[in-house]
Design a protein around this ligand. Structure first.
Ligand SMILES: [Zn+2]
Length: 302
């Protein structure tokens, strides 16, 4: 089976150099995956810009238009935490297209990996925490609307709670939201996912993997999803500026293998998104993100 990697050159949008969200990582990640032969050029799929109607399956039209045109109220724009530019607005949309394409490829091939996405703090009418449009929620609505799936599981292991996603699907039994995150971290006000596991500050590899390994098989057998979305945020790493957990490189690699092995051996297709990662050291950051794709190749291809 071919490896399906989703990437678009517009994933790298210019931000001021001082900004703590380093967007160069998306291009560097693709380069590293090519250099280390995790993927080849023929494995790379290029997403299209989703329509405003697609985004409107989750978000209010006023918010979508306001963001895309750069006319949001100052306080709404400020809450997002990223400076507005036309390039960033386009990048935001193309990343949503990436997650939509990744989900479609995963349904066909069993596994597909976006190299962006996981903007889980985006709510229907506002964004926050560097998140503007909720890519996973939009992809879920499109698949459900097209009748391609009946039941979806979102496994959100970013260190921050997937509050926007939890809120969007709070009354929708077709989408089960699972979030395992650090309790004492952003967002201050948590939403209620279908299943939340709040972890204490400083938890290390063994503690983390024990909890995940204990609950993952039950989660899958209870939900029996037609598709799993996996948000593989690596802000769980001990070196992360915004994290507060203490996973090592090895711990993150073991986590990725655990999630993918559990899902794929039970026959559930998986679409992955990159999630958060805020290490100051760019090469370490890119390497940490690459662990998901290394694990994916091991579990899926071999
Ligand atoms: Zn995060």
């Amino acid at each position: 089976m071919d490896f399906c990697l989703v990437y678009h050159e517009d994933y790298v949008a210019p931000l001021p150099d001082t900004h703590r969200f380093p967007m160069a990582k998306f291009g560097l990640l693709r380069d590293l995956l090519l250099k280390d032969n995790i993927v080849t050029f023929k494995d790379i799929h290029t997403p299209e810009l989703p329509s405003l109607e697609d985004i409107g399956l989750v978000h209010d039209l006023d918010y979508i238009k306001g963001y895309c045109e750069g006319t949001l109220e100052y306080r709404v724009q400020r809450r997002i935490g990223l400076p507005w530019s036309a390039a960033l607005a386009r990048r935001t949309r193309i990343a949503v297209g990436g997650t939509i394409l990744t989900a479609q490829l995963a349904l066909k091939q069993g596994l597909a990996c976006n190299t962006a996405g996981g903007t889980h703090h985006a709510f229907p009418d506002y964004g926050s925490g560097f998140c503007i449009f909720n890519d996973i929620a939009i992809a879920c609505q499109i698949l459900l609307e097209k009748g391609l799936v009946k039941k979806i599981l979102i496994i959100d292991l970013d260190v921050h709670q997937g509050d926007g996603t939890a809120y969007i699907f709070r009354n929708d039994p077709r989408v089960f939201t699972f979030s395992m995150h650090c309790e004492a971290n952003f967002p201050g006000k948590k939403q209620q996912s279908d299943w939340d596991i709040a972890l204490p500050v400083g938890m290390d590899d063994d503690g983390y993997l024990q909890i995940l390994g204990k609950h993952l098989p039950d989660l899958l057998s209870q939900v029996k999803p037609d598709l799993v979305f996996y948000d593989a945020g690596i802000d769980t790493h001990f070196g992360d500026r915004l994290g507060k957990l203490a996973l090592t490189d090895r711990g993150i690699y073991r986590r990725e293998r655990m999630v993918l092995t559990n899902c794929l051996t039970a026959g559930y297709p998986v679409a992955t998104v990159i999630g958060g990662g805020y290490s100051k050291n760019m090469s370490s950051l890119v390497y940490l993100h690459s662990l998901l794709y290394r694990a994916a190749k091991e579990v899926y291809i071999n």
